[in-house]
Design a protein around this ligand. Structure first.
Ligand SMILES: Nc1ncnc2c1ncn2[C@@H]1O[C@H](COP(=O)(O)OP(=O)(O)OP(=O)(O)O)[C@@H](O)[C@H]1O
Ligand SMILES: [Mg+2]
Length: 388
């Protein structure tokens, strides 16, 4: 069963503008989908259909096997959380706290549960100090975080974010991407729209290109960004890494490659094709995720064990891991693009430790091993066994 299935969806606005034409989209459970397309290509209109804000004029939208109709709209709204492109469309309560609490209160949850969820969300987004402020008076980026927090507290199974990183600074962008990844490792399906091709190319499992209300093409990032013609037709630019790669090929810095690079490490590997093995290693320490009590569930003294292995570099991935690093008062060398950053260090012989929240620890090991296999490398990557 698909988390979301859109079949033959078309939409006309009252003035006659056709915003969607026979759109088909399928989202496998637990996958990450990015919708790309120029302004006015229909991304937001499509998203309004995914949580029943718009009911189909033509075609169907099916959530977990159930077609959206007027009758099941309440269930659909609990199941699919939509974060609007414009946060002003989402925020309305007099304080940030009340805004985030609105949904859970509406579900009839007891106040102590509401408080727990809201505090957790404020913590996750680093917006605790704004809880008593009026959302109208926040900056664009702060509003965005409050709007995302308000949807997450509903704990929906499918998350739909309309341009989640637009207007955010680089560090807040990383935070939002990580939160999406963390939710994804909990099994949630995530659908975003974005104009950020660099992010989409490394983040998404599958990409849909929209053009004038139609799905122009869809597929894995390699397929989408390997097809120069399709991309040019949709006026999208290529990710910076891929543009650099094409230049390298054109200037004979290296010969044509079978696989597209998506990271700086991939590019370096293309130039320096021999397997680097200078004895570096990556250790991964699993920190309890938010669902398992977060960093509060760890004794700070036990965290100091990270120093036992004498790391050259320390990375943190996920909200509770980052909180752990702050608690230890240690300098974190990287907080984004963790797998590639760690590998870059390890190929140069460094010992890296990554603190990773919840299920992300296993994900890191899996990704490093995949990279090892693809590049015929043998970087050691193991979970740090400690009793937290
Ligand atoms: N309320 C409306 N009435 C009439 N036409 C509309 C309305 N809202 C959107 N449209 C039109 O529908 C088309 C799709 O708009 P939509 O907002 O879905 O695009 P988008 O891909 O989200 O664009 P952007 O990247 O700018 O957010 C556009 O041609 C737009 O002008
Ligand atoms: Mg839009």
């Amino acid at each position: 069963m698909y988390a979301v299935e859109v079949i033959g969806l078309s939409h006309f606005y009252p003035d006659g503008t056709q915003a969607l034409k026979d759109v088909n989209l399928t989202v496998q459970e637990g996958t990450k989908i990015a919708i790309l397309g120029p302004n006015g290509s229909g991304k937001s209109t499509l998203f309004y259909h995914l949580n029943g804000l718009f009911l189909p004029q033509n075609g169907k939208v099916i959530i977990k096997g159930e077609e959206i109709t007027k009758k099941n709209i309440d269930w659909v709204r609990r199941c699919v959380g939509l974060v609007f492109q414009d946060s002003d469309d989402q925020l309305f309560a007099p304080t940030v706290y009340d805004d985030i609490a609105f949904g859970p209160r509406n579900l009839g949850l007891p106040e102590h549960e509401v408080e727990k969820r809201v505090k957790n969300a404020l913590e996750m987004f680093g917006i605790k100090e704004y809880e008593k402020r009026n959302p109208d008076n926040l900056s664009g980026g702060e509003k965005k975080k409050a709007a995302v927090a308000g949807v997450l507290v509903m704990e929906p199974n499918v998350l739909v974010f309309d341009e989640p990183t637009a207007g955010l600074d680089p560090s807040s962008t990383v935070d939002i991407i990580e939160i999406m990844d963390e939710l994804n490792t909990e099994g949630k399906s995530i659908i975003i729209s974005t104009h950020d091709v660099d992010m989409a190319s490394t983040w998404a499992d599958e990409i849909y290109l929209l053009k004038k209300g139609e799905v122009y093409s869809s597929g894995k990032p390699e397929e989408i960004f390997g097809n120069m013609k399709a991309l040019r037709q949709t006026k999208l630019t290529f990710p910076t890494i891929i543009k650099t790669h094409r230049e390298f090929e054109a200037h004979n810095i290296y010969e044509k490659r079978e696989h597209l690079p998506f990271s700086i490490l991939d590019l370096v590997d293309n130039i320096n094709a021999k397997a680097d093995e200078n004895g570096g290693s990556i250790w991964v320490a699993a920190i309890p995720g938010m669902k398992q009590g977060g960093v509060g569930a760890v004794e700070p003294d036990k965290l100091k064990k990270v120093f036992d292995i004498n790391p050259d570099r320390i990375g943190a991935m996920g909200t509770s891991a980052k909180a752990s690093v702050r608690m230890l008062g240690i300098h974190c060398d990287f907080e984004s693009d963790i797998v590639n950053s760690s590998l870059s260090e390890a190929v140069m012989g460094k010992t890296v430790i990554i603190l990773a929240s919840g299920n992300m620890a296993d994900l890191v090991i899996e990704k490093v091993n995949q990279n090892n296999e693809q590049n015929n490398r043998k970087i050691r990557c193991e979970k740090l066994h400690w009793d937290l």
